[in-house]
Design a protein around this ligand. Structure first.
Ligand SMILES: Cc1cc2nc3c(=O)[nH]c(=O)nc-3n(C[C@H](O)[C@H](O)[C@H](O)COP(=O)(O)OP(=O)(O)OC[C@H]3O[C@@H](n4cnc5c(N)ncnc54)[C@H](O)[C@@H]3O)c2cc1C
Length: 382
């Protein structure tokens, strides 16, 4: 199942299919029992708490279970974002080379999936076609770009963010930094043997630039010179799908204050596509918003916009797109406004009531620069 329907039924079907024991054994393999829950988590159709509770009810989970640990990474990256804010767009510390040793643009052959390295080109194709790439393949892609092609991790992260259905600024930037070695103690390196061990045959890359030893990979990673591409003439590339800073769908309209007048409003937004609390669905009005400022630096593929638009249409026919000012002014006459906020939103609504998700992990107040430190301090909340 490599397509994603933006509905609660589809999210719950994936949840019901989670096999934590198989997950722990096989999650590193591209055909392993990973859950593909990430688009539903990123867009608020499911919370970490709901995922844990549903899986735990069928397969009781020890707090140290690999599956819980991986959910922990998502929560940990949110912890880092909450503490460092926009600082996560910069290297947390210097990596193998200074920041200016890496170029700020993506190479055309990678964008067009014609590097000649099957592991890389297949990952790029999957990214464009499905909006989902297995974690291990994301690591290969990021490692190849940063350490072999000398692309700055942030350029790679920005590119990937727009094409992923689960693109999340914290998980994405901080995973790229982890691979680059700017948040961790060592960079992530891989080679063709690693691909052969974990991926199906079409990904195998013998005889290519990555078919070398870890010692050689380490030497290349520490050198400022990008690896020399071999001439690959016969390859036909694909075009990178366009990215859009606002929804291309016609379902959206300009904010209309008369809709909110005197009513209790529940706002859904791209990071909160879940159901409105019952009271709003019955007596209030549910409005979907797309706030221009939140997307200006974060354009998305048509595929991702469709996911979000269709997900919102499951909740409401009223979809507004506009600036933060237009939207706040149009809500000014509402009796009340409530929502689940999210750090991706470039807006705080004065007077809006924020309904918090029930967290899965206890909040850790002091900043933890490593996952291990955070993991020791947090625990599953009751
Ligand atoms: C370069 C790179 C970029 C990434 N960008 C994103 C991103 O934009 N959004 C995103 O959600 N994840 C990102 N990840 C983390 C991870 O790859 C995805 O969360 C995971 O592949 C999603 O697939 P899944 O739901 O099948 O994961 P599963 O393995 O089934 O895991 C279940 C859930 O646990 C969480 N999780 C698992 N592994 C990680 C991890 N390493 N880091 C953070 N959370 C994790 C996710 O919420 C995931 O949905 C990135 C990883 C790398 C290496």
């Amino acid at each position: 199942m490599n397509t994603f329907e933006p509905t609660l039924q589809a999210a719950n079907a994936r949840l019901a299919a989670v096999q934590p024991a198989a997950y722990a054994r096989t999650r590193n393999a591209l055909d392993g029992a990973v859950t593909r829950l990430s688009p539903y988590l990123t867009h608020g159709l499911l919370s970490l708490r709901e995922v844990f509770d549903a899986v735990n009810a069928r397969h009781p989970l020890d707090a140290q279970h690999k599956f819980v640990f991986e959910l922990g990474w998502r929560a940990y990256y949110r912890h880092v974002w909450a503490h460092l804010g926009d600082g996560i767009h910069q290297s947390i510390h210097t990596g193998l080379l200074p920041d200016d040793a890496y170029q700020p643009h993506m190479p055309a052959d990678v964008l067009e999936a014609r590097t000649g390295i099957p592991a890389i080109d297949t990952a790029v194709r999957e990214l464009y076609e499905t909006g989902y790439v297995h974690n291990h393949a994301r690591m290969w892609l990021a490692s190849y770009l940063v350490h072999l092609r000398k692309v700055h991790w942030h350029a790679g992260a920005q590119w990937m963010l727009g094409h992923l259905l689960d693109g999340d600024v914290a998980s994405n930037n901080l995973s790229w930094q982890w691979v680059a070695g700017t948040s961790s103690t060592k960079p992530y390196l891989f080679n063709a043997d690693n691909v052969a061990k974990y991926a199906p045959v079409p990904w195998h890359s013998p005889g290519t630039l990555i078919d070398t030893s870890y010692e050689e990979m380490d030497r290349i990673a520490r050198s400022a010179a990008p690896i020399q591409q071999r001439k690959v003439s016969a390859l036909e590339g694909i075009q990178q799908p366009a990215l859009h800073a606002s929804p291309p769908d016609t379902a959206w309209s300009v904010p209309d204050g008369s809709l909110a007048l005197g009513r209790d409003v529940w706002l859904v937004h791209p990071w909160s596509l879940g159901s409105a609390p019952q009271a709003f669905a019955e007596r209030g009005v549910v409005i979907g918003v797309c706030i221009a400022e939140s997307h200006a630096q974060m354009p998305w593929s048509v595929q991702r916009w469709h996911f979000v638009t269709q997900g919102m249409q499951q909740r409401t026919p009223h979809l507004w797109r506009g600036s933060a000012l237009q939207i706040t002014e149009s809500l000014a006459t509402a009796r009340s406004v409530s929502w689940r906020s999210d750090p991706h939103l470039a807006i705080t609504l004065q007077g809006a009531q924020v309904q918090l998700e029930t967290p899965l992990f206890k909040a850790v107040e002091t900043y933890c620069p490593s996952f291990a430190q955070w993991w020791r301090r947090t625990q599953i909340s009751g």
